[in-house]
Design a protein around this ligand. Sequence first.
Ligand code: ZN
Length: 225
Amino acid sequence: MNMNTRNKDKAVVIFSGGQDSTTCLLWALDRYKEVEAVSFDYGQRHKKELECAKEITDKLNVKWHVLDMSLLNQLAPNSLTRSDIDVDETAPTDAPPNSVVDGRNMLFITFAAVYAKQKGITDLITGVSQSDFSGYPDCRDVFIKSLNATLNLAMDYTFCIETPLMWIDKAQTWKLADDLGGLDLVKDMTLTCYNGIKGDGCGNCPSCKLRRAGYDEFVARYKTN
Ligand code: ZN
């Protein structure tokens, strides 16, 4: 059997149930015949994240898999996974927030790649963005290209990591969801709030403020004459 048999009809989306990965899921559904979503359970402080992921994939009729990544919590205890550490709302915006788990995207993409290869799928979709990279080094384009090459070598397979949001800002991400017919779905069903409140969120955490600013900019730029 040719191990490099490519199936460009199928894709695996790395899916958290947040705004970015939900927009990527809509993007993939627009381009591929068959799309699967993979989420990771790493002891998130808010189990709600996985509940949202389930609701969204149910609504979009997408096959959904949850992979256990509880090891991540053991390796890098931080404010997103440990309820005894508060999210720092006053941290300078040019530094990585204390919610960062070192290497998280690398691990997620790598595990998704192992899963995809088992299914004969080459295309992996991730919502990382260099425009909004806010200090996460494994969201940068150079890293994604490097990991793509590494995964190909590691598994003797031709993966294609697609990053639809790499060069666009938050307003353009809302625009993309709108263009794909999913504005209300992204607005109402996704979770980005650090306090676990779906949709518009708590309004006060850094994640809600960023989301709100992006949405307001989207409306100002694209929705007003
Ligand atoms: Zn919030």
